[in-house]
Design a protein around this ligand. Structure first.
Ligand SMILES: Cc1ncc(C[n+]2csc(CCOP(=O)(O)OP(=O)(O)O)c2C)c(N)n1
Length: 346
């Protein structure tokens, strides 16, 4: 076994500077819907970063900039009744599923809106009925793997044709919950798909200091699990691999561990300048930005005009402007309500 240090390019079979849907065909509407989700997330997060610097956000801010293709591609495969849980890097999945940016920004501002009335961060959102988004369980990394296995067990017992999809990070594959959840899910062949967004760092800890195996997906061997490894900045590759993994889980063959290699373009949070990221690594991945790769495809072989994409860009900017105005106009929770909703009424 070799210990990797510093810059590591993608394996040649995964690397590409131009993307293509291959055998799958997509309508123009589908292509534009994915573009819109990615662009909206990028526009929203760029604004969020500047609001953070203006002191407008309560608490820290965590962004998924550079990882938009994974959440978008996977979200495009979710069927009615499926349930998924996201991490702070998966905002584009919420937007693809129809979550309104104004409701997200109001939470980052700590405003007094349901369901939490300013008691949580913008990255926590749960709405099973409307979007299929499971509660963020708790802040402990990997805790949503065993609870995802629980949802998947319920699907199996109720003979429902659904899957639970858990987005997670590379660092979150080290805590014990990850092992307990996958072990249980594999024994019982539960319809659980774990999507690991391997962005090469867990906060400032590089992957080679997190695990003694080459790949996160190698950890699947411990549970006799199906695994996949793919390039996470190519939305078409994300869909191809995620569709295969979801089909596997949905058809009763058991869980899948799916690792997408990607890169976090910002710090762990906006308080972190990510100065520990080698310059070569940053430059390599910035040349493989998922939105730029996708835009180049759309305007080339995808046959979409620059104007049609510019129109989406303008729409996203307008939505984010309106979202910020809406959230600015809301009230903060009143101090005297601080203990409200903490206990069930007697
Ligand atoms: C058990 C536990 N330890 C530490 C933390 C603090 N924490 C939150 S996110 C994070 C890094 C997670 O890294 P990774 O899973 O690679 O996801 P990324 O942030 O890179 O997307 C840490 C250490 C936590 N929430 N829970």
């Amino acid at each position: 076994m070799t210990t990797r240090r510093g810059f590591q390019p993608l394996p040649p079979e995964l690397d590409r500077l131009a993307i293509d849907p291959g055998e799958r065909s997509y309508s123009k509407d589908e292509l534009l819907k994915m573009y819109r989700a990615m662009r909206l997330a990028r526009t929203f997060e760029t604004r969020l970063a500047s609001l953070y610097r203006q002191g407008k956000i309560i608490g820290a801010v965590y962004l998924g900039t550079g990882q938009e293709a994974i959440a978008t591609g996977v979200a495009s495969l979710i069927r009615p009744g499926d349930i998924f849980s996201t991490v702070s890097r998966s905002l584009s999945a919420w937007f693809y599923r129809g979550v309104e940016p104004k409701h997200v920004i109001a939470r980052w501002f700590g405003k007094d809106i349901p369901p939490s009335h300013g008691r949580d961060l913008g990255l926590f959102l749960a709405d099973l009925d409307t979007y299929g988004i499971a509660p963020y369980h708790n802040g402990s990394m990997a805790s949503w793997i065993p609870s995802g296995a629980g949802f998947a067990l319920a699907f199996k017992m109720q003979q429902k044709p659904n899957v639970y999809i858990a987005f997670t990070g590379d660092g979150a594959t080290s805590p014990g919950d990850f092992y307990e959840g996958l072990n249980f899910a594999s024994i019982h062949k539960l319809p659980l798909v774990v999507i690991v967004e391997n962005n090469l760092f867990a906060y400032s800890t590089p992957i080679e200091k997190q695990m003694p195996v080459e790949r996160v997906s190698d950890r699947a061997s411990a549970f006799n699990l199906e695994r996949r490894l793919a390039f996470g900045n190519d939305v078409f590759s994300v869909i191809e691999h995620a569709a295969d993994a979801i089909d596997h889980a949905r058809s009763g063959k058991g869980p899948v561990l799916l690792e997408f290699l990607t890169f976090r373009r910002r710090g762990h949070g906006e308080h972190d300048d990510a100065s520990y990221v080698p310059k070569e690594t940053r430059e390599y991945w910035e040349a493989r930005d998922p939105i730029e790769l996708y835009t180049a495809y759309l305007m080339g072989k995808g046959g979409l005009s620059q104007e049609s994409l510019a129109e989406v860009d303008r729409e996203c900017s307008a939505i984010v402007d309106e979202a910020v105005s809406y959230a600015n106009g809301l009230e903060l929770p009143k101090p005297e309500t601080v203990t409200d909703r903490l206990f069930a009424p007697r």
